[in-house]
Design a protein around this ligand. Structure first.
Ligand SMILES: N[C@@H](CCC(=O)N[C@@H](CSCc1ccc([N+](=O)[O-])cc1)C(=O)NCC(=O)O)C(=O)O
Length: 216
């Protein structure tokens, strides 16, 4: 019985692979786990059937037998713990990979999401420019520290891991912001992630959903 991933029927990211189901798709593809997809509309996400999968009425949700999970980072960790290739066997290296998963979602993603929210929600406000400048600086501090850590490493800590799935996709949220261009090491890191066959399969699968609904 394949697991089922619940995703946007019509993603606001318009097929750019920025919605958080992309993380789970990529992890499943790296682990060579076939999966089913359930599409939900914005309305259906707020109704009882989906709230039972995700009490916050969001996507993704993940079902595997009678196990029901939400929170993309937790789903990726679950997949990584059950299948080889996404977390190191060595206990110390595994702990560091999980550390980097948290760093991606807490330390790096948080200012990026704050910045994105301010760029939408504060449009036209007198203080937006000053606030965005402050948020850009905060994001750039994180990018600088991450770039310095990466140096000439291919991945965050030794072999490719679930942490790189999360970090590459968190960084992709900055595409178009002009901030990544100051950090060539991060652009190269993202490109390495995007060049992986599993990434391509995951991206193409979420893109196909957008193409199908766009036609509709
Ligand atoms: N912490 C949760 C957050 C899940 C989440 O933010 N889900 C979003 C979609 S992914 C976030 C997202 C949305 C859109 C874009 N985009 O580029 O358009 C990118 C990312 C959602 O369901 N939003 C609808 C709602 O809250 O009602 C997780 O990681 O699973």
């Amino acid at each position: 019985m394949h697991p089922t991933l619940t995703v946007f029927e019509s993603s606001p990211d318009r097929g750019r692979g920025l919605a958080r189901d992309m993380r789970v798709r990529w992890a499943l593809e790296e682990a060579a786990v076939p999966y089913n997809v359930r599409l939900v509309s914005f309305e259906a996400m707020k109704q009882a059937a989906h709230l039972a999968r995700n009490p916050f009425g969001q996507i993704p949700a993940y079902e595997e037998g009678d196990l029901v999970l939400f929170e993309s980072g937790a789903i990726v960790l679950h997949i990584a713990q059950r299948h080889a290739g996404l977390l190191p066997a060595d206990a110390g290296a595994r702990a560091r990979a999980i550390m980097w998963m948290f760093a991606a979602l807490n330390t790096v993603e948080t200012p990026i999401v704050e910045r994105e929210a301010a760029s939408y929600a504060e449009r036209g406000k007198a203080w937006q420019a000053e606030h965005l400048a402050m948020l850009d600086a905060r994001v750039s501090e994180r990018l600088e520290a991450l770039s310095r850590h990466l140096g000439d490493r291919r991945w965050l800590d030794g072999a490719f891991s679930a942490a790189d799935i999360l970090m590459v996709l968190v960084l992709r949220r900055l595409e178009g912001s002009g901030l990544l261009e100051h950090f060539p090491a991060l652009l190269a890191y993202i490109a390495r992630g995007e060049a992986r066959p599993a990434y391509r399969r995951a991206f193409d699968a979420q893109r196909a959903v957008f193409e199908a609904t766009r036609g509709g």
